[in-house]
Write a protein that binds this ligand. Sequence first.
Ligand code: HEM
Length: 560
Amino acid sequence: MDQFGTLTSSIPWTTLISSKFNAALAGVFSHFLLAQWELDFHVHHLLMFWLFGYGAATYAVYADSFAASDASPISAVFSAIWITFTSAAVYFSTILCSMAIYRVFFHRLRKFPGPTMPAVSKLFCPWYIVTQRQLFLEVDDWHRKYGDYVRIGPQELSIIDTNAVNPILGAQSKCLKGPWYEAPCHTAGQSLHSERSKIAHKERRRHWDQAFSTKSINGYIPRLERIMLRLLCQIQARTGKPLVINHWIEFFAFDVTGDIGFSHDFNMIERAEVDDLIKLVRGGGDLFMAFNPVPWLLSTFMRIPSSEFKDILSRTYKILRERAAKTPSETDVFSWLLKPGKGISLNHNADARLLVLAGSDTSSSVLVFIFYYLCKYPDQLRKLQTVVDNVARAKGFLDAHTLMNVPHLDGVINETMRLHPPVIFGLQRQTPPEGIMIGDKHIPGNSHVRIPHWSIQRDERYFPNPLSFIPERWTTEPELIKDKRAFMPFNVGQHNCVGQRFAMIEMRVLVANLIRQFDVTFAPGEDGNTIVNGVKDGFTTKIPDMNIVFTPRSGVTSFE
Ligand code: HEM
């Protein structure tokens, strides 16, 4: 220790730290270490480690040079900062170069074709999404250029081969959910959806499967029908005027999920406005969309403390506490998820948010697109109206059981989900350490893979005339489906949509009753192009508003 209290040592720190060769060597070694682990969720630790290392190195150089010369303390500080800064620049540049060279020339996925930028880093994605266009569209172009297997990230492949569906997503698949799923868990609890462990997911899924068994769904139907009647009354009161169909469908979907989920009435249809909680849960949408493809960036971003997020947690807790305090007269989804006397955990909170978003954003986007197609093709509207009228002419309100077996109605829904899948860019999965075989192709271990719904469901090999809206593919023209494995809007296998049967019932009831009572056209000045061209991927599809006009039909039995 010198007279200024500075620690002195016999190690020549300045020489060691200022050597650019040493800095470059440390960079290569650091890259080697970083490549050994999945560090997506420890970036904040790494940043702290580097910051601490930088501080310690600066101090060591300062102490060393100050002891060795008669420089003033101020100039010794500046000189130490400069020496460490230049070495840090060399160190980090070497890490980046080493990563880039390794990823392009030596990585286990190097043999898969694709553009170079994504192979180097996924960091280009947020920049791309913000400044240019949606990634799912870009990847769609890459598939046309490079084929069925395209490298879309250093460690990620996009695949549009139907032989890949079962090995990647099927019930027997050895793949796990990819790191994307874990990104928000540290702050927000683990929902069923974000659970990556197969065993833990299976255990939790048991309760969800009970919540969506035929018996449970039959119990939710009267709730759904009551809400549908509310919606019919509100639309009836607004006939002849343009209205934003997205809003009304969302009010409906959120009211239904709140009610069947945890017996909570968001009452959005009656209030004709979005509930504050829903606004909050959907907040941060654009940033989320931009960071979405890069799990480590998403995870780091979500660590930034946010008062909005605290608000979401406390409001959801409040709703769940109120729900736990009563036994609803009709069972709901949380009747199966809450354990008596066990209290409400962070995971329950995460499950509540999952239910609200998974159950509403998805069906809403499909329903909006159904109205787009019915307005765009009036012949299709008339055909569907005739089919629906013939189901039960005497009934004013078409209940869920009456609509259980109307193939053309299901054809319209399926065709819309084919062209506009609510989960548009597919689901990230991680191959097991030994890799997987797809036909004779080996996908190396610990790779991330996805099958983009948008691209595979619009592939001409699987659906001839792929861009045309032809509901009859699903009924009278089966030759227009060449490979049904390519259709998977609800996903397949252990992680498929637990709510899919309820979703179909919900969509049938809404579409059939609205077109039974009303004719529907684009509002003046609307042609629907904005929604077709404005689709954004925020894991579920986000679409712009569309204005349409409902007009009462004459000669049909009224629902009132
Ligand atoms: C058109 C409507 C719907 C579509 C296309 C759809 C699609 C999907 C897809 C693709 C997944 C898999 C996600 C993944 O693996 O990352 C999923 C999961 C899920 N969906 Fe749906 N969904 C719809 C409606 C609903 C509804 C109405 C509910 C509930 C009321 C619901 C609840 C869930 C839940 C809880 C999961 C997580 C399942 C798990 O991880 O085991 N979905 N959905």
